[in-house]
Design a protein around this ligand. Sequence first.
Ligand SMILES: [Zn+2]
Length: 76
Amino acid sequence: MKCMRCGRDAFKSTTTEAIEFGFGVLVIRNIPCYKCNECDEIFYTGDVVKKIEVITERARELMQEVTVIDYEKAAA
Ligand SMILES: [Zn+2]
């Protein structure tokens, strides 16, 4: 996998994403991603992007002020 910003090699990693809803914040932990060693850019595969959208939609209905979801458990 190549970095989308600088084209160098990127490596598998995991990250935490915080999504602002206006009325609350959703935090998704342990998201599988690729991280560039050169510029620290983080990016996701298409599957992961879709899964994040599903998790986000589901969480929006149950939303509290702060919601923390573990990607690995939510994606299972
Ligand atoms: Zn890069």
